[in-house]
Design a protein around this ligand. Structure first.
Ligand SMILES: [Zn+2]
Length: 177
């Protein structure tokens, strides 16, 4: 198979031409017509041993690079995001239940020994604060410990989205002329 010379086009692609096409005109994949230099001029261009790969200007231009970059960003972002989601620690409901049970038992054990004054103080406390639900300390610690990683997860998924937008945007809207 004859050696192919890689003729650069303004679109960024390179068109493979062989010595037999010296002085002729070839069409790039983008549609531009390119003048192939004479044999002497052709020698200045890089050669491509793999003629099949270079045929029709199959080398990588800006468009392909941008699409590839977008896909890499999307892969890294979604990989990180999914990893963080999969390894996210579960809500410690069981620990909270155990803890609450122990507290209730402790109060139940202690309550009969309260003096009237202590009972009144508990009563006033409940009157003042109501029996509203308060966040359990274990739940709060959990929430505070997962918040930073949830934040990173969101950022990673957002970056993945941007990568997809880049790849998709270049694929559909960037057409070199
Ligand atoms: Zn071109």
């Amino acid at each position: 198979m004859a050696d192919q010379y890689l003729l650069p086009c303004d679109c960024g692609l390179r068109v493979g031409v062989n010595a037999g096409q010296a002085g002729a005109t070839v069409r790039c994949a983008c549609g531009r017509m390119l003048d192939v230099p004479t044999m002497r001029g052709l020698a200045r261009f890089p050669r491509e041993e793999d003629a099949a790969g270079a045929h029709g200007g199959a080398s990588w231009g800006l468009r392909q690079r941008l699409i590839c970059l977008g896909l890499i960003i999307a892969a890294v972002g979604s990989g990180t995001g999914v990893y963080l989601l999969v390894t996210r620690p579960a809500f410690p409901q069981e620990r909270i239940d155990d803890f609450t049970e122990q507290r209730i038992e402790a109060i139940r054990d202690a309550a009969p020994r309260w003096t009237p004054e202590q009972t009144l103080r508990v009563w006033r406390y409940i009157q003042r604060n109501g029996l509203q639900e308060v966040e359990h300390p274990i739940a709060r610690r959990y929430r505070e410990s997962v918040a930073p990683r949830d934040y990173v997860t969101l950022i990673a998924l957002a970056i993945a989205g941007l990568g997809l937008l880049l790849a998709g945007g270049v694929t559909f809207f960037y057409r070199p002329r």
